[in-house]
Design a binder for this molecule. Structure first.
Ligand SMILES: [Zn+2]
Length: 145
């Protein structure tokens, strides 16, 4: 049976959860926090993103945003929906560009929201703007098995 990779919203640990255990209220292997059916899109800092990009066995979609940015607020719920739809096959996180600047600078992020995709530790795609869900499905399709 297939398994899902779920990022613990409490401690950031990546957990491999067999599909048949998903309905039984699984807990994080490190902090024992309950992993809900709908994992929220967590905010992560530069060091956290270093570790996540290096370790994640599934692609990582990163939303570079800022609180003052109106389009970013529009994109937030869209990407939460994408996170739920691709649950277990994709990890979606947010980076606050006001507090964490290193990755945004390295990637040359200018306009936000900027969405960047990493797979097997490599940067594979990027897109800017508050686009609707069908756009993100097309964006992800070549990179997901
Ligand atoms: Zn945890």
């Amino acid at each position: 049976m297939s398994s899902a990779i779920i990022r613990c919203p409490n401690c950031g640990q990546l957990n491999r959860i067999p599909a048949e255990r998903r309905a039984q209220g699984p807990r994080c292997g490190r902090c024992k926090n309950a992993i809900a059916a709908k994992v929220p899109v967590g905010v992560i800092d530069d060091a956290g993103l270093d570790a996540l990009v290096a370790q994640s066995p599934v692609p990582v979609l990163v939303d570079f945003y800022a609180d003052w940015c109106g389009p970013c607020r529009m994109l937030g719920p869209v990407l939460q929906g994408i996170a739920e739809e691709y649950d277990g096959r994709l990890i979606v996180v947010k980076v606050d560009t006001e507090r964490s600047r290193r990755w945004a600078q390295r990637l040359g992020v200018q306009g936000i929201p900027a969405v960047h995709l990493f797979k097997a530790g490599k940067h594979v795609a990027a897109e800017t703007g508050a686009r609707p869900a069908p756009h993100w499905r097309q964006f992800l399709a070549p990179h997901l098995v």
